[in-house]
Design a protein around this ligand. Structure first.
Ligand SMILES: [Zn+2]
Ligand SMILES: [Zn+2]
Length: 131
């Protein structure tokens, strides 16, 4: 791994935020000013193949990456600020085990996204209505 690649891996492993490639680029650029966005994409693809990163694809092309939990898990997505968090609710994680048991499928992957408005954005809305 080149130092640049390591930097990308580190940014992803240190961030709970599910960064976009643009955001990763911004952070890596601090230490590697000559990095290009293309390098970031290439590195992220490589890390994905290595199983170090999970990619969350979205139709509007704003894919996000999770380097902390590089395996399928549920996500909670704010439609306003686009924040993505990992809800830590055991019953959701047990879903695929139960599904496998009930259906006999060997579950390889799953995608479970919940969309809503995060508490922060809800508060902003309330404040706007009041003023
Ligand atoms: Zn929000
Ligand atoms: Zn996640």
């Amino acid at each position: 791994m080149t130092p640049q690649r390591l930097a990308v891996a580190k940014v992803l492993a240190d961030s709970e935020e599910h960064l976009s490639a643009d955001k990763i680029y911004e952070r890596v650029k601090v230490d590697f000013p000559f990095t290009s966005l293309a390098t970031i994409y290439k590195t992220v693809t490589l890390l994905k193949q290595m199983g170090e990163v999970m990619e969350l694809g979205f139709v509007d092309d704003s894919n996000r990456y999770d380097g902390i939990r590089p395996f399928p898990h549920p996500h909670l997505i704010c439609l306003k600020c686009k924040r993505i968090i990992d809800p830590d609710i055991p019953v959701l994680n047990e879903l695929s085990t139960e599904l496998a048991q009930k259906t006999g499928y060997r579950i390889i992957n799953h995608r479970l996204d919940f969309f809503g408005i995060c508490p922060k954005c809800q508060n902003q809305k309330k404040r706007q209505i009041k003023s």
